[in-house]
Design a protein around this ligand. Sequence first.
Ligand code: CP
Ligand code: NVA
Length: 301
Amino acid sequence: MKNLFKILDLSSAQITEILDSADELKLLRKKGIFSDALRNKKIGMIFEKASTRTRISFEVGISELGGTPLFLSGSDLQIGRGEPLKDTARVLARYLDGIMIRTFTQATVEDLAKYSGLPVINGLTDLAHPCQVLADLMTIREFKGSLEGLKLVFIGDGNNMCNSLVVGGLKMGMQVSIAVAPGYEPSRTILSFAATYGNQFKITYRPEEAICGADVVITDVWTSMGQEAEAAARLKAFSGFCLTKELLSAANDDYMVLHCLPAHREEEISEEVFEENAKYIFEEAENRLHVQKAVMLKVFA
Ligand code: CP
Ligand code: NVA
């Protein structure tokens, strides 16, 4: 695997391989056993948006694989002052062995790979959040035993998480239903991809319809990073989309709720639902570390 740009680029077999490797890395870490597959490798981590989990899990993961992580804040780099990406990319190629980037457009991630020639992992764009969705699939498999045939429901904004979950869920044989507000549908490419799965995918504007018979329910913020100016309009558009116990009463009895975090209580999720599902949500956060180590072994080692 040369890069990880988005889940759409991965085959089901590749996703399974990553999840299997992540499970193994999780077990080995518990035993205190670490590989040094990234020894002597310097990995740049460019952040043009804020982060807690992605930054720390990548930094810890690179260190645990024997490599050296370099935290590079977009606002401190010259790209923040207008240096063309293709120049920064060609410079980074002289120092580094790989890059993880969190940015706005998907094109930035792909151009960075093109101009640097280095392997690149997408740590979130406006379009996709592949590392998070791999961690979500790992967490679901861990608690439910398998993925195939489960009903995965996403309630909220048709954002990067929604896009990546639709693709990841369908590729892994899950039934995927999403409820979004009108005007906040996922990207057209994702909807075209999902349409090839026929009845395995459903989209509605009614959360109570999507959630019927759900095994896994996932939500995310209504206002993603970079959309702050739209916050008030979004709050209004998503009224009735808060994940509450009442909404979840139509899910299967043994449902689990995931949230990539950070969460906004009483907006996309109630305090009660969040806390009742904390054991899943924080395992999901931990699994970022294991799954990204598995990805890095494929992309950077
Ligand atoms: N879920 C996630 O990507 O968290 P951060 O924004 O804290 O990295
Ligand atoms: N959709 C959110 C995810 C944060 C991890 C955002 O892009 O801000």
